[in-house]
Design a protein around this ligand. Sequence first.
Ligand code: SAM
Ligand code: SF4
Length: 362
Amino acid sequence: MATTAGTTAVETDTAPLVDGFGRVHRDLRISVTDRCNFRCTYCMPADGLQWQPAESVLTAAELARVARRCVERFGFTSIRLTGGEPTVRADLVDLVEDLARLPVDLSLTTNGSRLERLAPRLVAAGLRRVNVSLDSLRPDRFAATTRRDALPDVVAGIRAAVSAGLDPVKVNVVLTRGVNDDEVVDFARFGRDEGVVVRFIEFMPLDADQRWTRSSVVPSAEVLEQIHRVFPLVAEEPGSSPARLHRYADGLGEVGVIGSVTEPFCSRCDRVRLTADGQLRSCLFATDETDLRAILRDPGLSLASGEPGPREPGQPGGQSADPLDQALDQAIEATVAAKWAGHGISAVHFTRPARSMSQIGG
Ligand code: SAM
Ligand code: SF4
């Protein structure tokens, strides 16, 4: 693709990653660890999971190498770091600093428990926005859900993120029928008071305990109705994000719903996911993975110093002369080419993936 005067190389000198259904992929979710300091009931078992051995987890240089190929070759525009809990990874700030050099919208999803201390360092490293997960505003219920007594830490983390200048700060609430579906309006009020965007997420069949049932899902439409009765809402134009956003009619911010189960957004999906152990997945619910770690560690290809391969001026479509980059590019392309139309949670033949949410990276 030719570079036109006045535009940057990354915008034009790339080969868009299009799947068999015409969806262009521009969003990379990187799980930086499968470990977590919480044990949310809808995600992990009480005793945790078998963690990946340290040597199986991609190094910061390996993660950054894949990220760079997605940006330089395929023109990705956003990267989100997740886990497990990303803030338990010791070199997270360094990784953020490295990735912040790429021309992408870089964000982080966290349980917020370590954010009070980390937010200023993350901002200094180049992070611009953050999503914090919080499923109850009641201390006893929070402790029962996360199996940790840490509500004050998370609320302090949210406030620290706002004070540090992260913008927007979004708060993700997974609703479960009979557990926290009576807190919808409380959360709406919390978002308005704290100046954060609350987004309600439907519970998905990715819990390690496999307790998910269709009846435990709180439909997004019901959430919006509940809020609208107390704080009138005005729908915003749908964007590329899976969240359906609504403005408060009185101008006090916005609120979103992510209806992954009742209103799947698969036809608009533009994501690929990299697990902490270097497996590329084209969907949260994919049953196949592509082993990028094997490529990154192939002695014949060699990561060398962890620096990106040389880009020769004039090479079209963000191509690299480096054999490792070329092998990564081919693997990424093949993974997306094989992507299915959608997850089919509601279909009779639906099969849960072998890994649960924290092992994939939500
Ligand atoms: N530990 C971080 C956190 O909790 O934000 C990042 C990883 S967590 C797996 C990412 C997101 O997935 C969180 O918003 C979490 O609430 C959500 N999540 C986990 N299990 C889920 C499930 N079974 N259904 C829907 N969302 C889920
Ligand atoms: Fe940990 Fe996030 Fe899963 Fe909760 S949702 S157990 S914080 S990875």
